[in-house]
Design a protein around this ligand. Structure first.
Ligand SMILES: [Zn+2]
Length: 286
C-alpha cells in the first residue's frame, strides 16, 4: 500500500503505556456472548470469557510515562490511522443508501491489556470490536504474530485485519449484531457457533468491500496487496488455527469459518464492492 500523503483518522486513541485497574463490579452474560462473536479469530476465547464473566469494571490508569514507540511502531500506527480513515470514506458513502448514517468508530491502540466496555481485553485474544462502546481494540504486536506465527506479512494483511473489525462495527450499526446475538441465546452451542461463522464471514466480506472501494476510488492498493489480504484471511481460518493449536480440526467448534471460506467471502466483497453481496445469513453454501 502507498500511504504517503494520505489522510490519517483522528479517531485513533493511543492507550499504550497505560494499564487497566479495577474500579467496580462486573459484566452481564449478554456482553460476553457478544464478545465471542466479535473477536478476530478463534484462538482460545476462554481466558477472556473467564475474565469477562467475573470481571470487575476496569478503567485505564496512566503509568505517568509516555509510551516510547520505535520507528517501526510509528509506521504501523500511521498505516492503521490511514486505513481507518479510508474505511470512514467507504462506509460513510455506502451506508446512507440503506438509511443508516455512518458513525465513525474509535480505534484504541493498547499494549498488553486494555479496559473496554465489554471487559478487559488481552493481547493474546487478538484485535476485537466492542459493540457496547463502538471501539476497535488493537495491540499492534498482533501484526508480528500475523507475520511470523501465521505466515501473513505485509501492510495489506494488517489493513484487512482493521477492515474486518470495522466490518463488525458496520454490523453493529445496521443491527445485524444485535439480531444475531439475540438468536444465539436461544440456540444449542453448535448452532450458535454456526451463526458466529456467518457473522465473521460477513465481516470478511465487508473488509473486501472496503478494499474494493479503496482500490477503485482512491488507488490505495498496490500490486500484491490483494494476495496479502487473502493470505491473511486464510491464515486465521479456524481450521488452520485449530490444527496449529490442537493438532486436529473440529468443524462444530468453528466460530469464524475455514481458511477457504474466509478467502471466498473476502474476495466476494472485493470483487463486487457491494455490501448486499455479503449476505452470509441467507447463503445456502458458505
Ligand atoms: Zn471478527
Amino acid at each position: 500500500m502507498d500511504i504517503r500523503g494520505r489522510r490519517q483518522s483522528s479517531n485513533v486513541e493511543d492507550r499504550r503505556g497505560m494499564r487497566p485497574v479495577r474500579t467496580g463490579v462486573g459484566l452481564s452474560l449478554g456482553g460476553v456472548l457478544f464478545l465471542v462473536v466479535l473477536s478476530l479469530f478463534g484462538i482460545n476465547p476462554l481466558p477472556f470469557l473467564g475474565v469477562a464473566t467475573k470481571a470487575p469494571e476496569v478503567q485505564m490508569q496512566d503509568t505517568g510515562q509516555p509510551y516510547q514507540e520505535s520507528p517501526r511502531e510509528a509506521q504501523t500506527r500511521e498505516l492503521t490511522a490511514v486505513v481507518l480513515a479510508d474505511t470512514e470514506e467507504t462506509w460513510s458513502a455506502l451506508l446512507p443508501k440503506y438509511g443508516v448514517q455512518y458513525v465513525e468508530p474509535k480505534l484504541v491502540l493498547f499494549s498488553g491489556a486494555v479496559a473496554s466496555a465489554c471487559g478487559t481485553g488481552q493481547s493474546a485474544m487478538g484485535p476485537f470490536y466492542c459493540p457496547l462502546d463502538q471501539k476497535v481494540y488493537l495491540d499492534m504486536s498482533f501484526f508480528d504474530d500475523l507475520s511470523q506465527r501465521f505466515g501473513a506479512p505485509g501492510d495489506f494483511a494488517q489493513a484487512y485485519v482493521i477492515a474486518h473489525e470495522v466490518g463488525h462495527h458496520v454490523q453493529n450499526l445496521v443491527g445485524t449484531a444485535e439480531k444475531v446475538s439475540a438468536a444465539q441465546q436461544r440456540m444449542r452451542k453448535a448452532d450458535a457457533n454456526a451463526m458466529s461463522v456467518r457473522m465473521e464471514l460477513q465481516a470478511d466480506c465487508y473488509a473486501g468491500v472496503w478494499a474494493h472501494n479503496a482500490a477503485r476510488s482512491r488507488q490505495l492498493l498496490e500490486p500484491g496487496d490483494v494476495e496479502e489480504g487473502l493470505r491473511a484471511a486464510s491464515a486465521i481460518g479456524d481450521d488452520r488455527i485449530q490444527k496449529q493449536t490442537q493438532g486436529r480440526v473440529v468443524p462444530d467448534a468453528f466460530t469464524h469459518g475455514s481458511s477457504e471460506q474466509r478467502m471466498r467471502w473476502f474476495n466476494r466483497g472485493l470483487e463486487t464492492g457491494n455490501p448486499e453481496a455479503c449476505d452470509t445469513f441467507s447463503a445456502a453454501q458458505l
